[in-house]
Design a protein around this ligand. Structure first.
Ligand SMILES: Nc1ncnc2c1ncn2[C@@H]1O[C@H](COP(=O)(O)OP(=O)(O)OP(=O)(O)O)[C@@H](O)[C@H]1O
Length: 323
């Protein structure tokens, strides 16, 4: 690791509040800035540095997103499936955030490349997503923009060898997602995911309500579109839509224009075409109905969804994997 960083020693260095970081290659671009891979010599570790160019933030909503993201992310205690802000540097021109380094692909890229995902894999991703949402809600934070583009992928969790009797017997440790592997461990065969982009998030506290039409058309909950106050359950609706998209390869509520999509969302008429859902279990469809439920008071909470039999009997963190 150190040689790679030394080779780039003439590269730009960012001095943060707790460390300094050497900029390496660019790994992505958003509307307001760039993401670089960077290296901390003191910690001998790689991070992602998101540099937001303040001159590109023309309207008040964009400026609000800029302040929201670091404030809310720094407030949340670390969680294995939530992108963590390790450091930040604010200047009149830009805001730089030092984040967990993920792979430069999102769940959206994975769904596009694989068309749709097999049910056991969807179950594993949903266990991770629901546990990240439960964590945010436990601290009074509603994300408001859960969608595959905001779910970054990391190398799989690791499988820790549990016995030495020659059997391949492992336990899946979700807390180790994205870390390096030691000789006693083997890489889990799938990706892990991390929830990012807290630009639309809001701190509600206990039982508080949010307002305003925030989110992404295909994923937004009907109560957001109806106007008035809404609570943290909007994230469960969006997570249900993410689950549907992983299984089907398309969104449950569609239309030729944004207005038509909104109308379909408000009708909330959930269908399971046999062509794609014929092979999907009744339990998975039951969970989808309980998450993509128009009546927010009857919709499951993140904790209840984690305890649903489809998630709890096989896909959750701490799951035992036996080959
Ligand atoms: N922590 C990270 N680790 C690795 N790659 C990342 C990380 N954050 C972002 N990226 C990559 O950079 C791309 C751009 O991310 P960024 O958050 O700036 O923009 P965006 O959310 O895609 O767009 P916008 O900010 O315009 O809504 C992502 O699609 C991803 O490929």
């Amino acid at each position: 690791m150190k040689q790679a960083a030394a080779a780039a020693s003439d590269a730009r260095t960012l001095v943060g509040s707790s460390d300094s970081y050497i900029f390496l290659s660019e790994i992505g671009r958003g509307r307001f800035g760039t993401i670089h891979r960077c290296y901390s010599p003191t910690r001998d570790a790689f991070f992602a540095c998101k540099v937001i160019n303040k001159s590109l933030l023309s309207d008040p909503t964009d400026r609000q997103c800029l302040t929201n993201e670091p404030t809310i992310m720094s407030f949340l205690p670390p969680h294995p499936h939530v992108i963590r802000v390790h450091d930040s540097v604010d200047s009149p021109e830009s805001l730089s955030l030092i984040l967990d380094l993920c792979l430069p692909i999102t769940l959206h890229d994975l769904i596009v490349s694989e068309d749709r995902l097999p049910e056991p894999r969807v179950r594993r991703f949903m266990a991770q997503l629901l546990s990240s949402i439960a964590h945010c809600h436990a601290y009074g934070v509603v994300h408001r923009d859960i969608k595959p583009e905001n779910l970054l992928l990391v190398r799989g969790g690791r499988r820790v060898r549990e016995d030495n009797d020659g059997d391949r017997d492992y336990s899946y440790d979700a807390s180790k997602v994205g870390e390096d592997f030691s000789a006693e461990e083997e890489e889990f065969e799938d990706y892990g995911l991390k929830l990012g982009d807290f630009g639309s998030a809001e701190w509600l506290g206990e039982g508080g309500m949010a307002e305003g039409v925030v989110g992404t058309p295909h994923y937004v909950a009907p109560e957001v579109l109806r106007g008035g106050g809404y609570g943290e359950k909007v994230d469960l609706w969006s997570a249900g839509v993410v689950m549907y998209v992983m299984l089907a390869g398309f969104e449950p509520f569609r239309g030729e224009s944004v207005e038509k999509v909104f109308e379909a969302v408000c009708r909330g008429n959930l269908r399971f075409p046999t062509r794609v859902f014929g092979g999907v279990s009744a339990e998975a469809k039951d969970l989808l109905r309980k998450m993509i439920c128009r009546d927010a008071s009857r919709r499951l909470t993140a904790e209840q969804a984690l305890r649903h039999s489809w998630v709890a009997n096989g896909g959750g963190a701490g799951q035992r994997v036996v080959n």
